[in-house]
Write a protein that binds this ligand. Sequence first.
Ligand code: SAH
Ligand code: SF4
Ligand code: F3S
Length: 462
Amino acid sequence: MRKLYIRTFGCQMNEYDSAKMADVLHARNGLEQVSDPAEADVILFNTCSVREKAQEKVFNDLGRVRELKAARPGVLIGVGGCVASQEGESIIGRAPYVDLVFGPQTLHRLPELIARRLESGRPQVDISFPEIEKFDDLPPARVEGASAFVSVMEGCSKYCSYCIVPYTRGEEISRPLEDVLVEVAEVAQRGVREVTLLGQNVNAWRGSGEDADADFAALLELVCEIPGIERVRYTTSHPREFTDRLVDAHARLPKLAAHVHLPVQSGSDRVLTAMKRGYTALEYKSIVRRLRRACPEVSITSDFIVGFPGETDEDFRQTLELARSMAFDGSFCFAYSARPGTPAAALPDDVPAEVKNARVRELQALVDATAAAVSQSMVGSLQRVLVTGPSKRDPDELAARTSNNRVVNFAGAARLVGHLVDVEITEARAHTLRGSVPGSMPATAATCGTAERAGGSDGGSR
Ligand code: SAH
Ligand code: SF4
Ligand code: F3S
C-alpha cells in the first residue's frame, strides 16, 4: 500500500480531520497523498450530512470509485465523517464494496481498522465517540504554507431543532488549554503566521482542571502571545456565547483578524424560537453593534436557512430586513433540508421548493450587494495582507488575504510568500480585490486592537 486519496465534503472541521487522516496514515502506514483516485491504494471519503444534497453526493461519488475497485480489487475504500457517523453499518448495506466506516472521533484508529480489514477480510466499522482521545493519538501536524487550522473543541451541544451535527459529532468537548497552545506553537515553529481556531461553536470553549476559569477570550489572548503568530482567526462562533469579553478581545488584541463569521439563520423571532437558536433578532443585532463599536473595520459574515417549516412571507421579510440592516460582508444561504432524527424533521416541510429557492436567490443577491459595497469601500485603503502563494489566475502575481478575509492579487516578489505585507487596494472585482505594494507608506492594518490601549472596548484603532 502506498498511495492515499481523500475526498473531503462539508465544513472546515472536516478539512482539518482530513489533514489528520493523511498525517496518521503517513506516519503509521507510509501512505503518500495523491490527487487522482485512480492512482490510490486507499480511497477515503470524509463526508457531510448537514443537508440532504451533501449526503446524496457522497453516495453518487462512491458509486464511481466502485469501478476503480472492480479494476483493482486490492484498493481499500473508507467512508468517514458525518454520514458515516449517522449511518454506520448501513453504509456497507448500501455500498458493499466499502471496507472501512469510521467517525469524526475515530479517524486516529484508521491504521488499526486497515490492519483488521486486511486480516479478517471483512469490512470494519468504528463510529464510537471516545471523546478527546483522537488528539492524543495523532502525530504532529505536517504543515505547509503560512496558515493553519487548529481545532479547539469538538462537537455541539446546542441541538438547534433542524441540525444533525450534535448527533454526528457528539456533545461539545473542549481540548485542554495546554494542548491547544502546544499545537499552535508547533505550527508557528514550522513557519505558520496565521492560525484559525476551529470548532462548531468555538466560543463555547472552556478550560478544564487548573484552567477552569479560562474562557474563549482568554484562549485567544494566549494564542496571540505565541511567538511567530501574527494573525488569529476563529470559526464558527455562536451568538449565544458571544460574551462582552469576546467583544472586548476584538478591541484589545491587534493580532485578532477583523472578521467574524456569526451565523444568524433567520431574522424572525418566531422562526428563531422554532429553530431553538436561543437568541432574538434584537440580541443578534446588539452583538454586531457592540462588535463594530469595539472594532469599526470588523467584517461580519453569516449563515441563513430559508424555508424552515412554517416560515411565512412576513418571516422572510424580517430576514431580508435583518440582512439589509447588518450590511453583511458575505453569507451562505441554505434552503432548509429536513434531517432524519432531528426534532424539526417531525414538522411538515411545508415551504415549496420553488419558494425556498426564490428566497435563497433574493437573500443571497441582497448580501452579495452589501459585500460588493464593502469591497468597493476598501479601494484606496492600505491593507495588511498575508501572502499565501502565487495567484491562481496569473502565476506571475501573488495572492494574499486581508484581515477581513478577502483575496487580493498583486504583483510582487515570490519571497513575500508567507509574510504579512501592506498593499494598497486598487480595484474591487466580483470575488477578489486587486492591489499594489506602495513604496514605503506607513501601514494602517485592518485589525482593531492596539497593544497600548489594552482593556479598551470603546473603539478601534485609527
Ligand atoms: N455551528 C454553526 C454552523 C454549523 S452547520 C452554527 O450554529 O452557526 C453550517 C450551516 O449549515 C448552519 O449555519 C446552517 O445555516 C446550515 N444548516 C444546518 N442544518 C441545516 C439544515 N437542516 N438545512 C439547511 N441548512 C442547514
Ligand atoms: Fe448545528 Fe446549532 Fe450546533 Fe450549529 S449550534 S452545529 S446549527 S446544533
Ligand atoms: Fe457537515 Fe459534519 Fe461539518 S454534517 S458541516 S461535515 S460537522
